[in-house]
Design a protein around this ligand. Structure first.
Ligand code: FES
Length: 233
């Protein structure tokens, strides 16, 4: 994440008609005089529209829309690391380097980034990737981990992480979540508490997804987590 504006800037920025409608809906959620409260959501939508970063015309556009001083918007985008002020790759890799991930091998993951992408905070020559190091992303139990665009990739090793990068570069979809077959953040090897099926005998709906192990849950532990199970826990 850069706290400086990109040297090369586009001429201007405007929301797409659909995003403009969405932005107006967000702004209406706040009482008169408090429209600035919508600023983070509008900035995020603008960043998504542009492809992962915020050029200066977008900052001014949103400031004008919310009747905010430009400097107030600059303050926000240079404070929150989720905003990028310089272009990123099509796949933006954020490697967690905080203690549990560092102890679990984050340095090796960063080395893999250097090998397959290049130096930190630079877009690869093919435009496909850029990477940076971030603080804890809240998935420490699955350390080491990295976020790629919206998704978490967990229980990383240099081998499985390099495979993820290669497959993405080849245009393949790669299932997010634990990369070692673990069921979400259950113990490695599967759930080991509340495993008695009798506990669920009177529950017509059965155990909740992600709850303790029945036979069904044990088999679930063998599959990668589904798209609905990704993200901070
Ligand atoms: S330390 Fe890496 S996700 Fe928390």
């Amino acid at each position: 994440m850069s706290v400086r504006l990109a040297v090369e800037q586009p001429e201007g920025f405007a929301f797409t008609p659909a995003n403009l409608e969405w932005a107006k809906t967000q702004i209406k959620k706040y009482p008169e005089g408090r429209q600035a409260s919508a600023v983070l959501s509008l900035l995020w939508r603008a960043q998504e529209q542009i492809g992962g970063w915020l050029p200066e015309p977008a900052l001014r556009y949103i400031a004008d829309m919310l009747d905010m001083a430009y400097i107030r918007v600059y303050e926000l985008v240079t404070f929150y690391t989720m905003f990028n002020l310089v272009p990123v790759g099509r796949y933006y890799v954020q490697v967690c380097g905080t203690t549990p991930c560092m102890l679990g091998g984050a340095e090796d993951i960063k080395d893999a980034c250097r090998k397959h992408i290049g130096e930190k905070d630079h877009v690869s020559d093919d435009g496909m990737f850029s990477w940076t190091e971030v603080e804890c992303l809240g998935a420490c139990v699955n350390a080491p981990m990295a976020q790629i665009n919206k998704y978490y990739y967990e229980d990383l090793t240099p081998k499985n992480f390099e495979s993820i990068l290669k497959r993405l570069r080849a245009g393949e979809d790669v299932e997010p979540g634990p990369q070692d077959g673990r069921q979400t953040s259950a113990p490695a090897g599967g759930p080991n508490t509340l495993t008695d099926p009798a506990l669920y005998a009177n529950d017509p709906s059965g155990p909740e997804p992600g709850s303790a192990g029945t036979t069904v849950m044990a088999s679930e532990a063998k599959r990668p987590a589904s798209k609905h199970e990704k993200g901070p826990r």
